[in-house]
Ligand binder design. Structure first.
Ligand code: GMT
Length: 376
């Protein structure tokens, strides 16, 4: 098939899932056309069967806000027509599903049998999408899509609760490349960071408020106070970076915390991790947790959103109520102090990650494309 994939290019989950899906489909000889406003972070090397199209938005003095959605729709219409697209798969409802609807309207009969598939990822529903300024447009655009998928059961239910959706939503979860995300020997790296055999606690996110990075630091502070020698590696960057730095200064433990910024090869850092913390206030799936688990790292997360579908309490790690620092710290200390228990959780974490193995999920998307296309 000739498949158009539209996504945000950022390190955030939806862009990562879209790009990894593009790579998986390209390996199966589909021709993939990625459309975005910049080259996606995970599209870092040349890939046979993938072409990248950049959305051009020219500025004009009248436009205080350049109309990205229109430029996107225009380019989608061109792509469908001139590249012979069979399926257009957009990731994140806003504005991608809306622009896709417009592109299809522009082409009329010429695009009647080209399905628009929208994958809902999370904040497009739970935060941004539910905002009154966008809600009606999101409602409309989801209902106009020919196929709709969500990355977890939680997100599916939440979408039905928050919007007036008449479509069936198919749950196709996030996935993981088990060969890339596996524990590998990085002992030289571990020694450089922890010369005295300290434990390594890791958090990876885009440091938005919803990720609760200062809370990660508070949990880590409790770990140190329980006489565990440890280092905290914070991977990523974003708006809460300064608040996080302030929290570690207030707690007087900045020497034990390393801010590593955005990293391409997260699997190398996860390979030396003993524990992964993800205390998010909202998380429709938690791809970062899955990446950690695939590298055999136990996870302590909040008990919200789609996280319980990924992290299994008492098996692959622990889940605590939102903002319950004491609970997260207690479990963290137990895990880090008990090697046997740590070993068991690590094994289970990897096993659970295997349920989300990439090629199975890529097959599910392929089948879904065929099903929706044959219904048009
Ligand atoms: O979590 C983010 O800030 C990025 C966000 C996105 O929309 O790109 O991630 C969402 O989609 C990911 C991929 O499907 C999910 O794994 C994340 O849980 C979800 N984030 C939130 O719900 C906050």
């Amino acid at each position: 098939m000739n498949i158009g994939i539209v996504c945000y290019p950022t390190f955030g989950g939806s862009g990562v899932v879209a790009t990894e899906l593009a790579k998986g489909l390209a390996q199966r000889n589909h021709k993939i056309h990625i459309l975005s406003y910049a080259r996606p972070a995970r599209l870092d090397t040349f890939q046979t069967n993938i072409s990248y199209h950049e959305v051009n938005i020219n500025s004009y003095p009248l436009f205080e806000y350049p109309p990205y959605d229109l430029a996107l729709a225009n380019q989608m219409a061109n792509m469908i027509e001139f590249e012979g697209i069979d399926v257009l798969h957009v990731h994140y409802a806003i504005p991608h599903a809306t622009s896709a609807f417009l592109a299809k309207q522009i082409l009329g009969e010429r695009a009647a049998d080209i399905p628009i598939i929208t994958t809902l990822h999370g904040t497009d529903i739970t935060l941004v999408g539910s905002d009154a300024s966008y809600k009606s447009v999101v409602d409309f655009s989801i209902n106009q899509s020919d196929g709709v998928t969500a990355v977890s059961e939680y997100l599916k239910e939440e979408t039905y609760k928050r919007f007036d959706i008449q479509k069936d939503i198919e749950v196709i979860p996030n996935f993981i490349d088990l060969d890339r995300f596996k524990k590998s020997n990085k002992s030289h790296f571990k020694k450089a960071i922890c010369p005295n055999g300290e434990k390594i606690v890791v958090h990876v996110s885009n440091f938005r408020e919803v990720k609760r990075v200062p809370e990660v630091i508070s949990v880590f502070d409790q770990i140190l106070k329980n006489d565990i020698k440890a280092k905290l590696l914070l991977v990523g960057d974003g708006p809460d970076r300064q608040r996080a730095e302030r929290r570690c200064r207030e707690l007087n433990m900045c020497d034990e915390v390393r801010f590593l910024g955005k990293q391409e090869n997260v699997e190398e850092i996860l390979s030396i991790a003993d524990l992964f913390l993800i205390p998010s206030g909202s998380e429709t799936f938690g791809l970062a947790a899955l990446e950690a688990m695939s590298c055999s790292v136990p996870v302590i997360s909040s008990n919200i959103g789609g996280l319980p579908e990924v992290n299994i309490h008492g098996e692959t790690g622990y889940l605590c109520d939102l903002d319950d620092i004491e609970c997260m710290a207690r479990h963290a200390v137990d895990i880090l102090k008990d090697e046997e228990h740590h070993e068991e959780l690590s094994k289970n974490a990897r096993k659970q990650a295997e349920r989300f193995e990439m090629s199975n999920i890529v097959t599910r998307y392929e089948e879904y494309y065929k099903k929706i296309k044959s219904g048009l």
